[in-house]
Structure formats: C-alpha cells, structure tokens
Write a protein that binds this ligand. Structure first.
Ligand code: ZN
Length: 357
C-alpha cells in the first residue's frame, strides 16, 4: 500500500457487500468562427459544415503576461490546493453517507459559485489547463458509478429534471462564470442508457469528461495482475464503444484501491492515463506543486454533517476559504504560474512559467 493519506471511507454505496450491482477547450465559450476553430483545434466533435465563412476576425492582441504586482493584488496562488469533490447519487431519501439530496447538492453548487469557484474537469487539472479569471478558484466535480440520479436523458434527448447534471446546468445558467463541466466515472451500463451509448455521447458533446471506473467496479487490490488489466481495458473499451473517437484520459479507482502493483492503475498493456483518482480524503495539490502525484489524486466526499464529516466537503471548503487554507487562486493568465514565495516548491514541469512574488 502506498504511504500517501488514502483513507477508506466506509462501505461503497452501490457495490461493497451489496447485491446491487474531450477535453474541454480553453476557448469553448467563444462564438462564431473563433469557436469553430477552437473546436477543431481541441479535437472536439467534428462540427457540422460551417456556415458561409464570416469575415475573418481581427488578430487577437498578444496576451498580456501577468506581473508580480497584479498577481499579489488578486492573491494569486497557483501552487495552492484544489478541491476535487466526489459525488455518487442524488436522492430525496439518502441511503448512505455517499448520497446527497437535490437541495444539498444545489446548495453546494451555489456555495461554490458564490465563492468564485469555476469547475474544470480532471483532464483539465492533470493537463494544467486551468484558464480561469483572475481571483477565481478551480474545483473538479466528479461523479462515480454512472447512477441514473446523476444523469439520464428524457425521451426528447434532454437532461432529465432532478438529475445532478440538470441541476448543475441550471446553477451555471444563473452564474455565468460557473462552467457546467464535470468528470463522470462509469462502469458498464451507466445512466440507464438504452444501450446505444446516447447518454455518454450527450455528455462528451456538451463538454463533460467521461472517465474509466473499470467495467464491473473491480476492487483492484484484490485482483490479480491479469484481472486488473482486464478490468481496466474492458472499462475503457465500453466507453470508446459508446463514444466513437473518444479516448478516456483519467481513471477513478473503485473503492479508492490501487492494484498491488500500483503503477498498473495508470499504465498497462493498451492503456495509459494522465491521472488516477483516489476516494479520500482532502484537497489535491496544485498540478504545479512539487508534491502533485497524478497517479494518486485525492478527492473529498460531498458531505455537510454526520459521521466522518471532518473529511467532507463542508469542512474542507471552510478550511480552504480560511486565511491559512492554501487554496488555488488564479492569476488570470494561463501562461504564467503565480504564487507567493512562501508557498514552496514549484514542480519542475512548471518552473519555466513560474512567477514567485
Ligand atoms: Zn465507485
């Protein structure tokens, strides 16, 4: 077992002991021709044949690099910590500590928006693709197990009322800086899909990330090496079958358990992930912090009260918002990594764009 603070947080809601069973583009909010170019450049779904070419836009001004004074002014700390929140089910009658009511979930999103958090995906985080307004904070919203309470489509092909994704879309519509993106980690047969993969396709076509959670939610610590490889490659294949051309880039470990040969979670025959998510139990280091480990990214369970609430999201969001919270705060310039000198070491990969103040 590794020595980082992985923590087992009680029985898994759907699986343990139970009989129950493209990357977001930096410029995805652009319009017109710019958006078309950006979509193509970012490998998004092939756009429909574009309308007659609009007038060529004037060249954009060269981006202004942030200064140390400007970074200090907004309290930029791009070596600060990032909450990666973990959700499983949304329901009026919570059955375990992993469930949240629609009211709880809405209130948490409203809190995040009010505190100037901006959702990004896990893929964005591990790629250090954190293009946020100055003073804003990244948050990653993750949903495990493909539960229909998280997402399902109406017969008309719209996100169903009451699902987590519908709620997220509604909150984002009311808060223009709050992007409706999230990372969803699925097993086979997610989201009550009728079998043609339409639910996963809708998600990827709308900027959501689909990640691997193994085909059958395998506890990889109990699996042999060949069973581990099969569980991961089969989960990956299920996603690619549902969304032709899509390649999952991150994986969430079922139960937060690494295989005994830990590196096999991230890389093996036929697969290589840019990031691997744990189950507990605290904020993730900045991807530009020297202690960031893409093979073991901690998450925070969404929770406000009750048993083990000290590991839950309300506790951690309170702590991150405190003066000593070491929260990631953007300098507004995606080409520079600004941080107070007191924050510590920058990862070698980010050193060339670091700006200490
Ligand atoms: Zn799970």
């Amino acid at each position: 077992m590794r020595t980082h603070p992985t923590r087992w947080l009680g029985p898994h809601p759907l699986r343990a002991g139970s009989t129950l069973p493209r990357m977001r583009c930096l410029f995805r909010f652009g319009t017109g021709f710019t958006a078309f170019l950006a979509l193509a450049a970012c490998g998004g779904p092939a756009p429909v044949a574009p309308a007659p070419a609009p007038p060529r836009p004037a060249p954009a001004a060269a981006p202004v690099r942030v200064t140390a004074a400007a970074a200090r002014e907004v309290g930029a700390d791009e070596l600060g910590r990032v909450p990666v929140l973990m959700y499983h089910r949304i329901g009026a009658q919570p059955r375990s500590v992993y469930d949240r009511t629609p009211a709880d979930f809405t209130a948490e999103l409203e809190r995040l928006a009010a505190e100037d958090y901006v959702p990004v995906t896990t893929a964005d985080l591990v790629a250090r693709r954190l293009d946020l307004p100055a003073g804003a904070h990244p948050v990653v919203l993750t949903f495990d197990d493909g539960d229909p309470s998280v997402f399902s489509l109406t017969p008309q092909g719209q996100p169903a009322a009451g699902t987590a994704i519908r709620i997220l879309l509604d909150v984002a519509a009311a808060h223009p800086r709050f992007r409706p993106v999230a990372s969803l980690y699925v097993n086979e047969h997610p989201f009550a899909d009728p079998g043609d993969g339409r639910t996963l396709r809708w998600l990827t076509e709308h900027g959501f990330e689909i990640g691997n959670h193994t085909r059958r939610h395998t506890n990889l610590h109990k699996a042999t090496e060949s069973e581990t490889i099969a569980a991961i490659t089969e989960g990956d294949a299920e996603i690619r079958k549902a969304v032709p051309g899509y390649q999952p880039t991150t994986l969430a470990l079922p139960f937060g358990m690494h295989p005994r040969r830990e590196e096999l979670a991230q890389r093996g025959p036929g697969y290589s992930y840019a990031g691997v998510l744990l189950v507990g139990a605290g904020p993730a280091p900045s991807p530009c912090a020297a202690n960031f480990d893409a093979s073991a990214i901690p998450r925070i369970r969404s929770q406000s009260q009750g048993r083990e609430a000290e590991y839950g999201s309300t506790h951690w969001l309170d702590e991150l918002a405190s003066p000593t919270g070491h929260r990631y705060t953007s300098d507004g310039d995606p080409s520079t990594v600004s941080y107070p000198r007191s924050e510590g070491a920058v990862a070698p990969a980010c050193a060339s764009v670091g700006l200490a103040y």
